[in-house]
Design a protein around this ligand. Structure first.
Ligand code: ATP
Length: 252
């Protein structure tokens, strides 16, 4: 599990996260939801050590994020940040192969090449493997970055808005794949998602954040209610049911 205790974060003098204490359960798919600026990405970045922790403590399966060597941490969790601009004169296959670096440290073997090929195929990227990143559409580039995180082959996968730019078929394919990682392989996923119906349909656990605090957390049935969502987003929300899960109506 990921344990977060007493986490405070400021950027400059601006307080961003206030005394966050929570647990992301192991072997589950956790969705982080909340309005723009709530602190979801900041929280994920602190867990993934893309930002230094100033106050509080985070452990991933018992490893202290602040103190664990990078290569050890990179074998425990892969993180896909929101800014995915990477040197564009890189080919798709090279980007995805980078995911194997924490395992082979520069000496890729047959297993690394097989996992890279599998990640390319899993995200419909095999025909694009030799394209440069700046020759891809937004959704194709997003899939290439997700495939790199998959190729890292870690117990934890942290994804910041992975559904960005994906059409409905690719979004659903990604969610199916994430569920399979959790259900069939016992991995753990934490993802920031804006469209709450993806959390409703696919998540086991939801953490709802607002203004740097956790407003509600628990299973979708408990968090994705009219009362919580209306307060979370300051907008009227209706919640129905579909396939025995919440269905959130907010677009009209
Ligand atoms: N580099 C920065 N300098 C100053 N403030 C920042 C910086 N990065 C983020 N913030 C602020 O921190 C707060 C939390 O931002 P964060 O990106 O974590 O929110 P979020 O919930 O992921 O939002 P979104 O849904 O819009 O992506 C926001 O108020 C944002 O303006």
């Amino acid at each position: 599990m990921i344990r977060i205790e007493g986490l405070d974060h400021r950027i400059g003098t601006a307080p961003i996260l206030h005394d966050i204490t929570t647990t992301l359960p192991q072997g589950r798919l956790t969705a982080l939801i909340g309005p723009n600026g709530a602190g979801k990405s900041t929280l994920l970045r602190l867990v993934g050590r893309l930002e230094p922790i100033r106050r509080g403590r985070i452990t991933v399966d018992g490893l202290d994020v602040a103190a664990t060597p990078t290569d050890r941490l990179a074998r425990q969790m892969a993180i896909l940040g929101q800014q995915t601009a990477i040197a564009s004169r890189l080919r798709v296959e090279q980007l995805v192969a980078f995911g194997r670096w924490p395992h082979h440290k520069g000496r890729a073997g047959p297993r690394d090449r097989a996992i890279t090929a599998r990640a390319l195929a899993a995200f419909d990227l095999t025909p694009l493997a030799h394209r440069f990143l700046d020759e891809l559409s937004g959704g194709q580039a997003q899939r290439a970055h997700i495939a790199m995180a998959f190729a890292q082959d870690t117990p934890w996968l942290l994804l910041d808005e992975p559904l960005n730019n994906l059409d409905m078929a690719h979004a659903r394919a990604l969610m199916t794949r994430l569920r399979d990682l959790v259900d069939a392989q016992g991995r753990s996923v934490a993802m920031v998602v804006h469209e709450v119906n993806y959390a409703a349909a696919w998540a086991d656990h939801v953490i709802a954040m607002k203004q740097g605090r956790i407003l509600a957390e628990g299973p979708p049935d408990r968090v994705l209610t009219e009362q919580v969502l209306s307060a979370l987003y300051d907008t009227p929300v209706a919640v129905g049911r579909h396939l025995d899960r919440p269905l959130v109506l907010h677009h009209a």
